[in-house]
Design a protein around this ligand. Structure first.
Ligand SMILES: CC(C)(COP(=O)(O)OP(=O)(O)OC[C@H]1O[C@@H](n2cnc3c(N)ncnc32)[C@H](O)[C@@H]1OP(=O)(O)O)[C@@H](O)C(=O)NCCC(=O)NCCS
Length: 170
């Protein structure tokens, strides 16, 4: 398996993984499937803002992807990023998620980011355990802020502090 920067050629497979997660789980709080045009818009936005998208590839197939972007838009939040990571349903629990998130964390650190945040549905215990294994800690839980599949959903916030914050920053 190889982890590399995504290209637009990867978007159809990224879309397929994204839509499976969206359709079958509460990990993405959306109801309508995404489109290739939307994924292209997302890709272009990440490139424009200088944020990475990584894919894990094996035998010319995309097994998963990870990315981060701004957590919030206001100026004061500029050293905090929010990430996402999704692995193809047939390849979970085999180390692909770790292979995608570990280098993303290093990229955020190298880019001078201070905090990485993940917003995780409270039912998604796999993802909560996964993030704990990678050093994230739970810092909040917003109750019943989303609704999908006819039930209220709680959003857990997990964060990884990337450095001691002592470095010089404007
Ligand atoms: C959550 C997800 C990204 C994790 O990726 P993964 O490839 O399945 O996880 P990995 O195999 O790389 O596991 C990495 C670590 O997490 C732990 N972990 C993963 N799944 C776990 C589970 N179900 N229960 C307990 N621990 C788990 C593993 O023990 C492993 O720790 P180790 O390397 O120290 O042994 C992946 O399962 C996924 O895409 N799920 C569906 C979509 C989703 O929930 N995305 C995240 C939204 S916040």
């Amino acid at each position: 398996m190889q982890v590399r920067s995504a290209t637009k050629m990867d978007l159809p497979e990224i879309l397929e993984i994204y839509n499976q997660v969206l359709r079958d789980s509460t990990a993405i709080y959306d109801n309508e499937p995404s489109s290739l045009a939307e994924r292209e818009e997302w890709f272009d936005g990440r490139v424009r803002d200088g944020f990475p998208i990584l894919v894990a590839e094996q035998d010319s197939s995309i097994l998963g992807f990870s990315s981060y972007g701004a957590w919030r838009g206001r100026w004061g939040y500029r050293y905090t990023v929010e990430h996402s990571v999704h692995v193809h349903v047939s390849h979970r629990g085999t180390g692909v998620g770790r292979a995608l998130l570990s280098p993303l964390i290093e990229m955020a650190r190298a880019a001078g980011m201070h905090v990485m945040i993940g917003g995780i549905d409270a039912e998604n215990l796999n993802s909560i355990r996964f993030h704990e294994r990678l050093g994230f800690v739970q810092v909040g839980c917003a109750k019943e802020v989303a609704r999908k599949f006819d039930r209220w959903l709680d959003l857990v916030t997990m964060q990884l502090t990337l450095d001691d914050g002592a470095g010089l920053r404007a």
